[in-house]
Write a protein that binds this ligand. Structure first.
Ligand code: TRP
Length: 329
């Protein structure tokens, strides 16, 4: 089976966009791919963060992924810092990537602009991400638009490495997830739902209780018309609600338009709120059980780290040999 790899930052708080846009596809990938998923705690250190809460946020993120349906037996779920091969390969790739190409990364320009002090880690973020992908012999990486440039860099670095040192690294392909929905911010339906956006009201979280979910969805921004029609250009808010409903109900959008003909925006919002609450209920239940039993999460992550290490250590042996490092006896 082809290997798919993806990473997620340990914010500890996943939202509906994460689940419908990406994680739902990861759950499906477990049956069709050799699927590897990583909570990227080392990436979280590239911006100012609170050391007292990182470990907890990492475990919570992993627990949410398990609650959403990742199965440690059928995929590899692990924490980036538990597999030292990621940082070792980062150093070696640092000597292949160029200063100029990293300086051109748009995410770096966005995140570093106007900052008083920018860490070397933030500059090197894309190389760590390349190492994540390349130390697992990854065939496919499902990425959103915001990460495409980073994936392109990983491909360029792998090709340059192979050119310089001989065929060693697998060059990964970007994958467009077949069932990924593009969920927009409920308060600003022209921007993608994002945890960093300054819009908590527009971002339903997976662990929001039902009354909070209802409140957020009922206050979603819609347009001034009254027709319930899928038209992302002219009716961004209504289209976003239809898209969410379509995914959580498993019903095609034209069928929803037909069944909601004549209904008002208020009805649409109530229908979406109820459907989302129902969709998240089993995830929230599983999460509550895992929260009571952190050892089960740690056990799953230990198994994941062991599986991930056995692949990554093999890649690193090839890399050390290709680059001419003296073998440790
Ligand atoms: N940079 C990615 C993001 O912010 C997370 C990530 C880290 C990642 N390493 C990865 C994604 C490797 C895919 C593959 O979304």
């Amino acid at each position: 089976m082809p290997r798919v790899f993806s990473g997620i930052q340990p914010t500890g708080e996943l939202h509906l966009g994460n689940l419908l846009g990406a994680i739902r596809q990861w759950v499906v990938d477990q049956d069709t791919h050799d699927a590897v998923f990583c909570v990227v705690d080392l990436h979280a250190m590239t911006a100012p963060y609170d050391p007292a809460s990182l470990a907890d946020a990492t475990r919570r993120t992993a627990a949410l992924l398990l609650a959403a349906g990742l199965d440690p037996q059928r995929c590899t779920l692990f924490v980036q810092s538990h597999v030292p091969a990621h940082t070792e390969l980062t150093w070696i790739l640092n000597c292949v990537a160029s200063f100029g190409e990293l300086r051109r990364m748009t995410q770096f320009k966005d995140k570093s602009g106007g900052q008083e002090s920018v860490s070397v880690g933030l500059f090197d973020y894309p190389v760590l991400m390349a190492a994540d992908i390349l130390c697992h012999d990854t065939d496919r990486v499902p990425v959103g638009d915001d990460q495409r440039q980073h994936l392109e860099l990983a491909r360029d670095v792998a090709q340059r490495f192979n050119h310089r040192f001989g065929e060693t690294l697998v060059v990964p392909e970007p994958a467009i997830p077949p069932i990924g929905a593009r969920v927009m911010d409920l308060q600003d339906p022209t921007s993608k739902m994002s945890k960093s956006a300054d819009s908590p009201q527009g971002t339903p979280l997976l662990l929001d209780p039902p009354d909070v979910l209802t409140k957020k969805i009922r206050s979603a921004v819609t347009d001034s018309g009254r027709e319930i029609r899928y038209d992302p250009e002219n009716k961004a808010g209504v289209s976003n609600l239809l898209e969410i409903l379509s995914v959580v109900r498993g019903t095609p959008i034209p069928d929803l338009e037909a069944s909601l003909a004549g209904a008002g925006y208020g009805d649409l919002k109530s229908t979406v709120a109820d459907a989302v609450i129902e969709y998240l209920a089993p995830v929230q239940e599983r999460y509550a059980a895992l929260e009571d039993d952190p050892a089960r999460v740690d056990e799953a992550l230990a198994l994941g780290a062991a599986k991930a290490s056995s692949v990554a250590d093999g890649v690193l042996r090839r890399v050390r040999s290709a680059t001419g490092l003296l073998t440790r006896q």
